[in-house]
Design a protein around this ligand. Structure first.
Ligand SMILES: Cc1ncc(COP(=O)(O)O)c(C=O)c1O
Length: 410
């Protein structure tokens, strides 16, 4: 059996990680991985999370199975966090949710659900996309198409093209949308654009699948999910994946949620038991620890206040990091306009660099971006910003890519 795997090429993201991990230069700077780091490069753990965890560990520590649907305290708290306690879908009892191993795991469950219930549906993904997102659906056999989303040369959203592409979707197709802080581009829809997209989904009978991985990283905890709430209030049915990895700095505990928003509460019980059994057949039971910690943070007023203000600090630091890099790049390359970076949200932007330029960044400067040009501002310490700007300027000036530099020129 295993002789079939005689050689293997890493996917694009893994290849960058592997190259970076093997790089022993002391001044190497990895801006590719999507985690929040402090100024010293350590992965931050929020104080509210540490304190909630300590409190849980000081009490009884049950270790029995919970359920394939996971931790109910977590699910109820996160449904309210994302959709809002007064959302009609919540108050009408039309939401069926499961907690599981991260949004990654829950996207995979969602893919399995689509393959089972709508085997003829096509999944529409943004171009560009968070590349791992493709795998969840391709491994479940869900056919895929792409809608244009972002112009990497101008740094602008391609909203009209997005709608034009989705006008080709067939009734019953599923549209994957990032709730906020789009990965990899940081370019988000305005609330008016969410409304137009929701209207299109309604008119054409498309099912939105919204992926919320960075709540609190854009504007604030409430505004970052305004589009998701609007979508859930407009369409009859929707899928929602939520990650707690980034918003709670709890990546390796693996906790996220899948919610199914139904058109009517009458089917709720059946759908819930169906989802339970789908999950049981995939991984039996999810881990619980991270879910218990997140629930403890959200349901304790003091922990929650602390979490909110820690998120504010994260967000302001990422905005400051964007501003610093734009200032430094504008000084280094005055003929180019990098202001598009300031209009984007969250950890990421995509810089208009080609493969040769990215390779030179690594070879000559020890700076790693993803192969699509994605840069993580939450991993860029202030003291390294001038060096990164100089390195970017050097590869852009010496090696102008046919499209990139020329096209962003003012
Ligand atoms: C858009 C998006 N969805 C989901 C995930 C995965 O989140 P989790 O760690 O909860 O699996 C990520 C992580 O990078 C992401 O960017």
């Amino acid at each position: 059996m295993f002789e079939q795997i005689h050689s293997y090429t890493d996917d694009a993201i893994e290849a960058v990680y592997a190259r970076s991990a093997a790089d022993m230069r002391s001044d190497k700077l990895d801006l590719s991985i999507g985690v929040y780091r402090d100024e010293l490069g350590a992965v931050t753990v929020m104080d509210a999370v540490t304190r909630a965890e300590a409190r849980l560990l000081s009490g009884p520590r049950p270790k029995g199975y919970v359920s394939p649907l996971g931790n109910r305290r977590y699910v109820e708290a996160v449904e309210q966090l994302v959709l809002g306690a007064n959302h009609p879908a919540v108050s009408d009892n039309r939401v069926v949710s499961a907690q599981g191993p991260g949004a990654g795991g829950m996207l995979r469950v969602g893919a399995e659900l689509i393959a089972t219930l709508r085997p003829d549906a096509t999944l529409w993904l943004s171009d560009p996309v968070w590349e791992h997102q493709i795998e969840f659906f391709s491994r479940a056999g869900v056919p895929r198409r792409y809608y244009r989303y972002y112009d990497r040369h101008s740094g602008l959203l391609r909203f009209d093209e997005m709608l034009a592409d989705l006008a080709n979707a067939r009734a019953g197709d599923v549209v994957l949308i990032h709730g906020c802080c789009h990965n990899p581009t940081g370019a988000d829809l305005s609330i008016a654009q969410w409304q137009r997209l929701a209207d299109l989904c309604l008119e054409r009978d498309l099912v939105p699948f919204v992926d919320v991985a960075y709540q609190g990283f854009g504007v604030n905890v409430e505004q970052d999910v305004a589009g998701v709430r609007l979508m859930a209030a407009t369409v009859p049915e929707m899928l929602l994946a939520v990650s707690s990895s980034k918003s709670f700095t709890i990546y390796r505990e693996r906790v996220g949620m899948l919610s199914l928003i139904l058109s009517s509460a009458t089917r709720r019980e059946h759908v819930s038991r169906w989802l339970r059994d789908l999950i049981r057949g995939l991984y039996f039971m999810p881990p619980d620890h991270g879910a218990a910690v997140v629930a403890e943070v959200l349901l304790d007023a003091e922990f929650r206040r602390s979490w909110n203000s820690e998120l504010d600090v994260f967000r302001e630091r990422m905005i400051a990091s964007r501003t610093r890099l734009v200032d430094a790049l504008s000084t280094a390359l005055p003929r180019l306009d990098f202001n598009f970076i300031l209009g984007q949200q969250g950890m990421f932007s995509v810089l208009p660099l080609d493969a040769q330029q990215l390779d030179r960044l690594v070879r000559d400067h020890g700076i790693y971006l993803l192969s699509n040009g994605r840069l993580n501002f939450a991993a860029l310490p202030e003291k390294h910003t001038p060096r990164v700007a100089q390195a970017l300027a050097a590869v852009m000036v010496d090696h102008p890519s046919e499209t990139g530099v020329a096209a962003v020129a003012v």
